[in-house]
Design a protein around this ligand. Structure first.
Ligand SMILES: NC(=O)c1ccc[n+]([C@@H]2O[C@H](COP(=O)([O-])OP(=O)(O)OC[C@H]3O[C@@H](n4cnc5c(N)ncnc54)[C@H](O)[C@@H]3O)[C@@H](O)[C@H]2O)c1
Length: 246
């Protein structure tokens, strides 16, 4: 049984992870800016769950989440960060403010979680921080420079934190999902003239010939954060149905 923070879990991969953690008896603090996350926290499950309603692009939010976790459960073993923003615009329209939004949520927020959580994680006998990067860290799409740059940046952040925190027994890893069926890609589909044709084109390039489900990512999250994953540190794991392999 572990105590877990999930940063972003009203929907998608974070929600599947909350459900998986609680099913195995872990206690979870779920922090999200969407009020609907309260419904996820209210589900019946062996592990307890409390919901903290916060905008995670506020640099104070990670520390508040850690403090609320310690106040409620008295310990911390795992931090899973999933919340992110994907802005898209033509090159000429990109502004300093758009860059700052992406940097605040996608890159600085995971760092501030590690900073706030480290003293508590150091007391755990299976401490782990998991950042949700993306196969966008490995390949590029036009119009999304900040998304690709911040997702690639998480790998460097995980390596630097590993050098500092692995000697204290804290493992930091990244997962890189490919195309997963969640609301995250809604703006991408809305942007397409023919979303069904675009989806068929994308699925045709995935060796498994389909999108993944959030539960197919949370399976890896549950493994990496469990004692079975306790020698995996400082690395990035791709979960993409073979998309970046071919
Ligand atoms: N879905 C995909 O195809 C895909 C592919 C690769 C990587 N990812 C990554 O997976 C992660 C999770 O995405 P998902 O697909 O589960 O999407 P999602 O939209 O279902 O989940 C994101 C969660 O983060 C929360 N969130 C977003 N901004 C927030 C903020 N400022 N403050 C607090 N909470 C906030 C949302 O409310 C939501 O609950 C993201 O980091 C994304 O980059 C997704």
């Amino acid at each position: 049984m572990a105590t877990v923070i999930v940063a972003g879990g009203a929907t998608g991969i974070g929600r599947a992870a909350v459900e998986g953690f609680r099913a195995r008896g872990d206690d979870v603090l779920l922090v999200d800016h969407r009020a609907e996350a309260a419904e996820v926290a209210a589900q019946d499950a062996p592990g307890r769950c409390i919901f903290l309603h916060r905008d995670l692009s506020d640099p104070a939010a990670p520390r508040e989440a850690v403090e609320a976790t310690i106040a409620a459960f008295g310990a911390l073993d795992t931090v899973l960060v999933t919340a992110a923003v994907m802005n898209s615009a033509p090159l000429a329209d990109w502004t300093d403010a758009m860059w700052n939004d992406s940097l605040a949520l996608n890159l600085k927020m995971p760092f501030f979680f590690a900073q706030a959580a480290a003293p508590w994680l150091a007391k755990s006998d299976n401490a782990s921080i998991l950042f949700t990067s993306s196969t966008a860290a490995l390949r590029g799409n036009a119009g999304m420079p900040a998304y690709h740059a911040t997702k690639a940046g998480l790998a460097g952040l995980a390596r630097s934190l590993t050098a500092e925190l692995a000697p204290l027994g804290i493992r930091i890893n990244c997962i890189l999902p490919g195309w997963i069926d969640t609301p995250f890609n809604n703006s991408f589909w809305d942007y397409q003239d023919d979303p069904a044709a675009k989806r068929a084109e994308i699925d045709g390039k995935i060796p498994l010939r389909r999108h993944g489900e959030p539960e197919e990512v949370s399976g890896m999250i549950l493994f990496l954060t469990s004692p079975a994953g306790r020698y995996v540190a400082g690395t990035s794991l791709v979960i993409d149905g073979g998309y970046t392999a071919v």
